[in-house]
Design a binder for this molecule. Structure first.
Ligand code: 26W
Length: 807
């Protein structure tokens, strides 16, 4: 079977699936049945496709890429796979011949929200880039029963509801109980000498079964297919003795304790969460994955010597860094290699990407907890640490520096240091971020091992974020420059030829307007607020965090509101502000910011004087599927983090490729967006990273900014003294006026000025649309395909499958 199926063939397959899998006739079937039937058909096709692809990869001796990440924010898969396999039209007509609309079937699918934000979505985009370019690859993660919480605002306060995605999502997953492996926790070590042979065994360990569930991810045309393997925890054995002895509760409790490991995704993002369950999750992912990879390799080669030539293991942030000690454990204890040989294999196979400079997000574990939970890994880390520190002393480093670089220090295990020591490559996710890593977080290491440090700027799956999410724009682009850009996003540059073509700019504007109307309809339905599609759509969508400075945006909206109340007849370009953001449930201050923005919206949206001027929309439960509606409609992309804090950002890329203009600081990948489009096609403001550092050194006093800017002062006073919408936000204003860690007030005046400039430019629609076109044309470099090629060449040493794949 290949992918070239006609509508009538698909119709037959659907009828068969409905009958065999669900026991219903087409007349009895619900939309949900139809959705699942279509998914099952795709699953069959992709499983076969994957097999052919991997057989060919093995024939060609291609290196396998394994991407380990605690998060994969997949969103929906149905449209993506139909698009890639070229089956959208055929399935659509098959369904319509049965009286159904494909769009309604799409809406049956829940988002697979197995991630928090940028890190997880990047992993998902990378599976697409790997598959399309035919790199044989697997993603590894956990099959959380509950994904990222569903966000509900109750009187402006974020509350969290469970996201039980499996009833609709599990149909994508193929269980492989026959490939389950055991993961050991706790226990104690027993050392044995057998002549000169030394061995170590862990006794009385708690054994938990890891069962793999596989999801196929097609690349464009379906020739390359990635596999995402998600591990679910199961109790290894049911304790019949306890149960038969009448102790049902304890028997059940043991089961539940084991399965709790993959119950929920931790909703923390850049936030310290030292819970033992999180350590267990990380080890569970790592141990199951490394066993899986090593068994697969040994089945073919019965030796690990060539592992670094045929396998690349990628650690996405510090979360899966236990890979290094776990791989050592397996190679030493189970495969019988010596230390030096094992260490050589590990360090030549493993590479690490850092995704954040926030010190509090660099994973650390309490040594006692670690030792108890993972005794053998702890012992191995002690040895890694001992050897490394000795080596550094030999190089002549002083004790303080070695102490800073050590894995074990002050009663904690530092995963970031272990990552650097045990990997052959360390990279940041934008040029600026990679430089900051060398100058700050990993400065000591950079001095000793400069060659390990690299950069790969992030990228997005442009086929999902442009072609699928914005079909109107995609067809205009194809009409103008052909469809080469679908495979090679750099070709978008050809659009530059139309920069001054009034007819093209006019078409661009029409498409944007249609997309804005679609978003307005969504907002009407979700928020019950009517918005003007002709107002500027100004968007800030990302996790809620102080460093991302949603507060800067909010303060300025409040100030604008005050000004409009006092100047009711002033000339003003109508504006609609959109926020989409979840806060970590335990991050109180972030929730307070949400409440502030939500109340601001309440007050403004109901004020008749603001009717045709200003609206503030808080998009509840922002997720991949909502993002796909928002991006095509956006006109301003707010990327306003304090310079030096955002590692890269990826919403900036998604918004850019949809023609939004970046209003931002020189932070993360904004720096490269600026390089790509120039100052004239962006609204740049704020301090640069060196300016931020200097201000911090000289002593920053936010109170001076407050006193020097009357409009800012007035906004802060309304928040704290008089209050609006019956509420005060003193915690926020106190914070801003005392510490203001992310220097919101320092950048405020410049921000207000650039916002004003954007509104002025908007009046000249031709100029605006030209800027928008340049942004689309220059967005190609931010494709995941490009990022993957760089990883393959500079880090993994991997090459794509070349031979013919028949489908
Ligand atoms: C302590 C728990 C924790 C720590 C860090 C949870 C999650 C993290 C992530 C690394 C945070 C994250 O998602 N970082 C984002 O990664 C994106 C992809 O590289 C970047 O574009 C964002 O700038 C970065 O914030």
């Amino acid at each position: 079977m290949n992918y070239k199926l006609s509508a009538s063939e698909i119709r037959e397959l659907i009828v068969a699936k409905l009958s065999h899998n669900f026991g219903v006739t087409p007349a009895e079937a619900t939309d949900e049945h139809y959705y699942k039937a279509v998914v099952l058909i795709l699953r069959d096709l992709m499983t076969e496709g994957r097999k052919e692809f991997i057989d060919q990869a093995e024939k060609e001796n291609r290196k396998q890429v394994y991407y380990l990440c605690m998060e994969f924010l997949m969103g929906r898969s149905l449209r993506n796979n139909l698009y890639n396999l070229g089956l959208e039209d055929a399935v659509s007509s098959a369904l319509s011949s049965m009286g159904l609309k494909l769009e309604n079937i799409y809406n049956q699918e829940p988002d697979a929200g197995l991630g928090n934000g940028g890190l997880g979505r990047l992993a998902a985009c990378f599976l697409d880039g790997l598959a399309t370019q035919k790199y044989p690859a697997m993603g590894y993660s956990l099959r959380y029963e509950y994904g990222i919480f569903r966000q509900k605002l109750v009187d402006g306060w974020q509350t969290e509801l469970p996201d039980f995605w499996l009833p609709g999502g599990a149909v994508w997953l193929q269980a492989h109980p026959e490939k389950a492996v055991t993961v050991n926790f706790n226990g104690h070590l027993e050392e044995r000498w057998d002549g000169s042979f030394h061995s170590i065994e862990v006794k009385d360990a708690t054994k938990i079964l890891a069962v793999p569930y596989d999801m196929m991810v097609s690349g464009k045309d379906g020739k390359g297919i990635s596999r995402l393997r998600l591990w679910a925890a199961k109790s290894e054995e049911f304790d019949m003795k306890l149960f038969n002895g009448g102790d049902y509760l304890r028997a059940m409790e043991r089961n539940a304790m084991a399965e709790v490991i993959t119950k929920v995704l931790y909703p923390e993002d850049n936030h310290p969460e030292g819970k033992s369950l999180r350590l267990s999750q990380q080890y569970f992912l790592v141990s199951a994955t490394i066993q899986d990879i090593i068994h697969r390799h040994l089945r073919t080669y019965s030796s690990l010597e060539n592992l670094p030539d045929l396998v690349a293991i990628h650690l996405n942030d510090t979360h899966p860094v236990l890979t290094i000690s776990e791989m050592m454990r397996i190679i030493l204890d189970e495969c019988g290699y010596g230390w030096d040989e094992a260490w050589d294999i590990v360090t030549r196979t493993v590479a690490y990407t850092n995704h954040t400079v926030m010190a509090e997000a660099l994973e650390c574990w309490d040594q006692e907890l670690f030792k108890r939970r993972l005794p053998r890994n702890y012992q191995i880390i002690e040895e890694i640490n001992r050897r490394f520190c000795a080596q550094m002393h030999d190089l002549g480093l002083d004790g303080c520096q070695v102490g800073r670089m050590a894995v074990l220090n002050d009663g904690i295990v530092r995963m970031a240091n272990l990552a650097v020591i045990g990997s052959h490559s360390i990279n940041g996710v934008s040029k600026l971020h990679s430089e900051i890593l060398k100058e700050t977080v990993f400065k000591d290491f950079y001095q000793v091992m400069p060659d390990k440090f690299k950069n790969v700027t992030n990228g997005i799956a442009h086929r999902r974020w442009l072609n699928q999410a914005n079909p109107g724009l995609a067809s205009l682009v194809t009409e103008l420059i052909g469809d080469g850009y679908v495979y090679d996003a750099a070709e978008l540059k050809k659009l530059m030829a139309y920069k001054n073509d009034p007819a093209v700019l006019e078409k661009l504007k029409k498409i944007k307007l249609e997309n804005k109307k679609r978003l307005a309809a969504y907002v009407k339905q979700q928020n019950g607020v009517v918005i003007d599609p002709n107002s500027i759509f100004d968007c800030q969508v990302k996790r809620m965090h102080e460093y991302k400075r949603q507060l800067l945006n909010g303060l300025h909206i409040l100030s604008t509101y005050q000004w409009l109340r006092e100047n009711p007849n002033a000339d003003f370009t109508p504006k609609t502000y959109f926020f989409g953001a979840k806060a970590a449930p335990g991050y109180y201050f972030a929730k307070e910011i949400i409440r502030f923005i939500a109340e601001l919206g309440e007050a403004i949206n109901k004020d008749p004087a603001m009717k045709d001027k200003l609206k503030v929309i808080y998009l509840e439960d922002y997720r991949v599927t909502v993002s796909e509606i928002l991006n095509p409609a956006a006109e301003i992309s707010q990327q306003i983090s304090l310079a030096g804090t955002e590692a890269s950002g990826t919403s900036n890329m998604k918004l850019m490729i949809n023609g939004a203009i970046t209003l931002g600081t020189l932070d993360g990948a904004n720096v490269e967006i600026h390089e790509a489009v120039g100052s004239e096609n962006m609204f740049l403001f704020g301090m640069t990273t060196p300016e931020v550092n200097l201000l911090r050194q000289n002593g920053y006093n936010p109170y001076l900014c407050y006193n020097n800017n009357p409009a800012l002062k007035k906004a802060i006073d309304e928040m704290s003294v008089s209050g609006f919408n019956g509420m005060k936000f003193e915690k926020i204003t106190q914070n801003l006026l005392s510490t203001d860690r992310y220097m919101v007030l320092a950048d405020y005046s410049d921000y207000a000025a650039v916002q004003e400039k954007a509104s002025q430019v908007y009046k000249d629609q031709t100029a605006w649309n030209r800027m928008s076109l340049v942004n689309i044309a220059q967005a190609g470099r931010f494709a995941a395909d490009r990022a993957i090629r760089e990883y393959a060449q500079d880090i993994w040493g991997a090459s794509p499958v070349k031979g013919e794949i028949t489908r």
